[in-house]
Design a protein around this ligand. Structure first.
Ligand code: NAP
Length: 435
């Protein structure tokens, strides 16, 4: 096989080095699948003195990433992350008619509409499988495998850091702060964990998935997020006793009222596959009207798993060399002229079941007063757990509500807080039954 796809690789960090390693390890099979050899000829890094865990012989290293775009390469792989200069580099590659592969979820979620428009205008392929769920080929699933379906919802564990923290809290009874500190020590969480634990990273990925699932432009700003820090160790324990696990989920649903795009800690029934997805793994459930429920589980980060997705895109590029752009699978699964911005719902507008935890004084009539407030607001109690106080502590009540509009749950909480025997520390989490 003499033909070669020459790759210009911008960024040789965790993923970039993984790409170089996997391309070397699986070179022969990749060539058989792609119809040509895929070879990194040019690359750029910021710090040339840093040791890299991959064989860089035969690769020209550039200090300036734009030199890679301008080099004699057939495709650009952007693996530096962030908005700038990644966006300018991708724009330069597109302007030169070079296909682009990227793992950059922040860039695709926040600037994807304009970048994809530029790629379409130039007839250039832009692929981003690695941007969501690392090694799980979820973009191909939505864009190609499930194209026959009307997809009404998807929900996923799409941030490994959050899943690792929640798994530790569940297994060891740790607090959020202690589990986060452990995750940082082990390299599962950044020194500044805000992006992960506040749900922003998952929101980027959810915006991409929802767009492909529902045929709408990228609407990152419409994703409602709630971070992990509000989950307390006792919520995890009470949820377990009620038959649930707490997972941080990205959820996208559509109905006649609009599209819900939300990321938040969620109680999931313990027998669901998502509840059993532990550690740094990712899992995504997709529901389509023809196929029903499908679930995809795997490693959502790391050099090799993410390289698996990057190289799958490179193989698509290799297979499409010389093809007319009309033969490309549309980047967002739907023809660009058919994408429709759909109305999105804020948290206050969604409907969900809720988990409520109340600390209450151990007095007679407390339970009756609480349940009558819920009944007045037409909120049914699906399950209730009462923990008797030890010594002179307060009692704890954990309640799972029926499915209700969130604004009604807010009203119930406001009324419950007014009761003299209810302590201010009230916890409210959403519950997903995947019905
Ligand atoms: P990383 O380890 O931080 O590596 C980034 C690389 O880009 C480094 O080689 C760095 O050079 C280079 N770089 C950074 N800023 C640059 C700049 N301004 N100009 C030139 N080079 C620059 O990042 P990563 O974890 O590999 O992630 C890369 C992309 O993949 C990101 O978009 C990320 O969101 C995405 N992603 C990562 C994972 C994962 O598991 N890590 C999974 C899915 C998607 P130096 O090495 O010289 O500093």
């Amino acid at each position: 096989m003499n033909e070669v796809l020459k790759v210009g690789l911008i960024g040789l960090g965790t993923v970039g080095q993984g790409v170089v390693r996997v391309l070397a390890t699986n070179a022969e099979e990749i060539a058989q699948r792609a119809g040509r050899r895929i070879v990194v000829t040019d690359a750029s890094v910021r710090d040339a003195s840093r040791a890299r865990d991959c064989d860089l012989s035969g690769i020209r290293l550039h200090a300036d990433p734009f030199a890679v775009v301008n080099a004699d390469v057939d495709v650009i792989v952007e693996l530096i992350g962030g908005i700038s200069p990644a966006q300018e580099l991708i724009a330069a590659a597109i302007a030169r008619g070079k296909p682009v592969v990227t793992a950059n979820k922040a860039l695709i979620a926040e600037r994807g509409n304009e970048i994809l428009a530029a790629a379409r205008a130039q007839g250039v392929l832009l692929a981003f499988e690695a941007a969501v769920a690392g090694g799980i080929p979820i973009i191909k699933v939505l864009r190609e495998g499930l194209t026959a379906n009307h997809i009404d919802s998807l929900a996923g564990i799409i941030n490994g850091t959050c899943n690792y923290i929640l798994t530790q809290m569940t297994a060891k009874g740790q607090s959020f702060a202690a589990a986060l500190a452990d995750a940082q020590k082990l390299g599962y969480a950044e020194a500044d964990p805000t992006f992960d634990v506040e749900g922003i990273d998952a929101a980027h990925k959810l915006a991409i998935l929802a767009s492909i699932a529902f045929g709408m432009p990228l609407q990152f700003a419409a994703v409602a997020t709630e971070g992990l820090s509000k989950v307390q160790a006792q919520d995890i324990q009470l949820a377990r006793e009620l038959g649930y696990r707490i997972k941080s989920l990205g959820i996208a649903k559509r109905s006649a009222r609009g599209v819900e795009l939300r990321v938040h800690p969620t109680l999931v029934p313990e027998d669901h596959l998502l509840a059993k997805t532990d550690g740094a793994l990712n899992a995504i459930r997709v529901h389509g009207n023809a196929v029903g429920q499908t679930v995809y589980v795997g490693r959502g980060a790391g050099g090799e798993p993410t390289a698996s997705a990057v190289i799958a895109d490179l193989i698509d590029v290799a297979r499409l060399v010389g093809a007319d752009a009309r033969h490309f699978v549309p980047a967002l699964g739907f023809g660009a002229d058919t994408l429709r911005a759909l109305p999105t719902l804020a948290f206050a507008d969604i409907e969900s079941a809720y988990y409520l935890r109340l600390q209450v004084a151990d007095e007679p009539g407390v339970l009756r007063a609480i349940t009558s407030i819920l009944a007045e607001l037409d909120i049914s109690v699906e399950a209730i757990l009462q923990k008797e106080p030890r010594d002179d502590e307060d009692a704890t009540l954990a309640i799972i509500s029926s499915e209700i509009p969130e604004h009604r749950c807010d009203l119930a909480l406001a009324k419950l807080r007014e009761l003299p025997f209810v302590r201010p520390d009230v916890s409210r989490l959403r519950v997903e039954h995947f019905a």
